[in-house]
Structures are given as structure tokens and as C-alpha cells.
Write a protein that binds this ligand. Structure first.
Ligand code: HEC
Ligand code: HEC
Length: 209
């Protein structure tokens, strides 16, 4: 009982003392809480965790909404020594204002494509499928953030591979047109696409230098 009072006192004093600067300070802390998993400026260095920099503002908002609505069920994830966390719970804990500010912040950070191994033959197979079925919504070989479609080129492959499983199992609700196209793909087609997006990431990385 008395412990909780002590805790409350400790929480209240710093908050009230920093009342003037609280929003900015709180926002920095909030961004840092995301960066713990998603990396500096949202450029994740963990293959299981997506890069969240450089999405469109609208796309970022849409993603947070689908987590809040449970239209997308995220994996449980934890950093070593820390408790398991699910993106759905994180998204639900944020105010609308936080979500707007986070969308502003992360959409303005540059997306840095990651360097990954590529099987060239599979990537060629993926390119053909992408051009035919995916380019319409994932422009410039999946490297352009368009409306609510995410960036695919240079996103972490293990993360993207899990998303294909999620689309097919219904853990993640996506546009019907997209799902119809995904359902037609063989396992090898999916590996082809994953290699294609990894190779496009490498290409963009080189041309940026
Ligand atoms: C404990 C680790 C962790 C923390 C902290 C965390 N995330 Fe995530 N986040 C993840 C994981 C893991 C995924 C991928 C979930 C999945 O596979 O569906 C994810 C997915 C996302 C996505 C979807 C990306 C995409 O390509 O669709 C967004 C956006 C996102 N997080 C934003 C945030 C924001 C903003 C914060 C801070 C308020 C945050 N995350 C904090 C682990 C975390
Ligand atoms: C009708 C437009 C449309 C088409 C066609 C389409 N997509 Fe998408 N895609 C989207 C949208 C919108 C999202 C974001 C969905 C969401 O989470 O709300 C998305 C998300 C994704 C993601 C998840 C990215 C992430 O960061 O988690 C992958 C992977 C993906 N699409 C692959 C494909 C592939 C492969 C094809 C072709 C076979 C394709 N899409 C065709 C609109 C489309």
C-alpha cells in the first residue's frame, strides 16, 4: 500500500516540475521507446523487426489504426531481458495526438534499405511477378511509399516473409485485390518476390552513395 504512494510521489514530482517542456520531453521519450526495437530513426537493425522510416504519413496512420483495431495481429516480440510486447498493445496505448506526431516524425526520416543476400535467379522470377501483379500499388519496384502501401524494396526479408504467412492465414487483413494475387503464388514465387525486394534494396543503397 505505502509503496504505491511512494511510487506516485516519484512520478508526480518530475512531471509537475517539467510541466512547461513536458510535451517535447515526453515525445522524445516516446520516439526512443519505438527506436528500442525499430532502430535509430526507425531504421531497424533487427531482421525480425520492420524499418518504419520513410513511409507516407497516411500509410503510417493506417498501420497504427489496423493494429489498434486488431485487423492485424502482430507477433510477440521482446528485446533480451525485457518483457514480451505486441505492437497491438503499444498502438492501443497511444493517444490520437501521439499517433499523429509519430507519423510526422517517422515519415520524415529517410528509409535506409538494408543489405541482404540475394539469389539472383529467384530475384528475376520475382521481378516478373512484381511487374505483373504488384507494381500497380507498390510503385518503383516497391521502393516508393504510396498512400497506404508500405515500402518493400530493402525492407528486412525475414520480416516480410512472416507477413506473407500472415496474409494467407488471415492474421493480417489486406486489400482484397492484393490478397487475391498473393493466394495465386507458389512458395517459390514468394521467395522470388522476397529476393527481388532485397535486390532492389541493394540497388537503391548503392545508387544513394
Ligand atoms: C518491443 C518491440 C517494439 C516496440 C517497443 C515497438 N515496436 Fe513497432 N513493431 C514491432 C514488431 C516486432 C513489428 C512487426 C509485427 C508483425 O510482424 O506484424 C512492429 C511493427 C510496426 C509497424 C508496422 C510496420 C510495417 O512495415 O507494416 C509500425 C508502423 C510500428 N511497429 C510502429 C511503432 C511505433 C510508432 C512504436 C513506438 C510507439 C513501436 N512500433 C514500438 C516491435 C516493436
Ligand atoms: C490494390 C493495391 C495492392 C496490390 C495490387 C498489392 N498490394 Fe501489397 N499492399 C497494399 C496495401 C494497401 C498494403 C498495406 C496494407 C495494410 O496493412 O493495411 C500492402 C502491404 C503489403 C505488404 C506488407 C508490407 C509491410 O511493411 O508489412 C507486402 C509484403 C505486400 N503488400 C506485398 C504485395 C505483393 C507481393 C503484391 C503482388 C503479388 C502486392 N502486395 C499487391 C496494396 C496492394
Amino acid at each position: 500500500m505505502s509503496r504505491s504512494w511512494v511510487l506516485k510521489l516519484f512520478i508526480f514530482i518530475p512531471l509537475s516540475m517539467s510541466a512547461f517542456t513536458a510535451p517535447a520531453g515526453d515525445f522524445v521519450a516516446l520516439v526512443q521507446s519505438c527506436e528500442k526495437c525499430h532502430g535509430k530513426d526507425g531504421n531497424s537493425t533487427t531482421p525480425d523487426v520492420p524499418i518504419i522510416a520513410g513511409f507516407s504519413h497516411e500509410g503510417f496512420l493506417n498501420t497504427m489504426d489496423v493494429f489498434r483495431e486488431d485487423d492485424r495481429i502482430a507477433v510477440e516480440f521482446h528485446k533480451p531481458g525485457e518483457p514480451e510486447t505486441v505492437m497491438n498493445e503499444i498502438a492501443k496505448s497511444l493517444s490520437d495526438e501521439d499517433v499523429q506526431n509519430l507519423a510526422d516524425y517517422f515519415s520524415k526520416r529517410p528509409f535506409k534499405p538494408v543489405q541482404q543476400n540475394v539469389d539472383t535467379k529467384l530475384a528475376q522470377r520475382g521481378e516478373v511477378i512484381h511487374k505483373k501483379s504488384c507494381e500497380k500499388c507498390h510503385n518503383e519496384n516497391g521502393s516508393e511509399p504510396v498512400d497506404d502501401a508500405a515500402i518493400l524494396a530493402g525492407q528486412w526479408t525475414p520480416y516480410l516473409r512472416r507477413q506473407f504467412d500472415n496474409f494467407l492465414s488471415g492474421k493480417r487483413i489486406v486489400p482484397r485485390t492484393m490478397l487475391r494475387r498473393i493466394k495465386k503464388l507458389s512458395k517459390e514465387d514468394i521467395e522470388g518476390l522476397l529476393n527481388f525486394y532485397a535486390s532492389e534494396g541493394m540497388r537503391n543503397r548503392v545508387s544513394e552513395k
